[in-house]
Design a binder for this molecule. Sequence first.
Ligand code: URA
Length: 434
Amino acid sequence: MNIIDIIAKKRDKQELTKEEIDYFIKEYTNGNITDYQASALIMAIYLNGMNDEETTNLTISMAHSGDMLDLSAFGKNVVDKHSTGGVGDKVTLILAPIIAAFGIPVAKMSGRALGFTGGTIDKLESIPGYNTSISTEEFIENVKNIGISLIGQTLNLAPADKKIYALRDTIACVDNIPLIASSIMSKKIAAGANKIVLDVTCGSGAFMQNYEDAKKLSETMNRIGKLAGKETICVMTNMDEPLGYAVGNNLEVIEAVKFLKQDMTEDLKEVVFELGAYMIKLAGLGENIEENKEKILEKVKSGEAYKKFIELVQKQGGDISYIEDTNKFEKSKYVLELKANKSGYVNKINARKVGELSGFLGAGRITKEDAIDNTVGIVLNKKVGDFVKNDEVLAYIHSNNEEKGKVAVQKLQEIYVIQDNSVDKIKTILDIIE
Ligand code: URA
């Protein structure tokens, strides 16, 4: 078997066998297949697709490319959560400590920024000292001792996904159902939880732009989950405008901390509570979704969720004084205001364009080796449905380069669609696919 024949087969729209997929994953993980050959195959998959069997085989092969964690010691219901990606998506930072505050073990492996979307790991690393690359032993110990650990893909868990994920980001091969489904489910299978809640985002700021594609992705991941013996539920959420107000690494951490201190943005609250309610259900702690949301509110109001976040940051080496006083976070050199050039209602804020703008300011990567700037990004002041007066501030641009900041102000002016007609606030929860 050789990689050139495998690339040619997919290039010619043929189905790959399990053996061919296993060969590619094994040899690419071991470094025997080059990045350019892997890129060619990934692009061929992107263009010509994979059927259900190929997608399942790719997922299982990637899941087994490294260690497989066994979390059964933590009980019969270990629940994990993952998002298919979005703009301003700081849900994990908030939801993970909430769930841990219920005594439900949270052993979560998150990703870095991908395409125009942000990554939880990049956000966590903007907390000075926070170590996302601890050993497997420490990871398990932390879950044992404080009930929570949030790490990057630095353990030897699904290393094939780690390589392919970074590659896809730089070859414009992100928004593809077989590639997203296998990437997410391989990590979830390797990480050892037996119940999974997936946030499947849909809209301009998501990889799935419409309801049908997001539903298809949900069904694909549910099917793979079932085959792997993991109960999986997909919550389809709207990503037409950025989630919450902040977009950018430490800016999002600050918003997440605010939330845990009970200053909750409505759309973010709806998404966090819906996902959390299903996690609680899968953990066997409550069948009624609305009642579960009430319980979540209690965990925030009582300060238990915030306390759990502090414990998490401390345990992983982070400086908790930044969480206690978020004013301590390093700020960008320039904060520029974008003001409305007329009165009216905000009709649209294209989330993808906001994500790209945040990347332009330095919050994302162009090549996989690029460093990211923790301080830059965008903080919205007005969201879809809001009325705005002429000259009122629509958003703040955080930049370390004045020229770039000015360009971003202009670009954001075009992204904000303000019209005379009022529109409803965006409906956050689109569907539940079980
Ligand atoms: N999140 C992942 O882990 N992988 C993807 O492909 C997209 C979002």
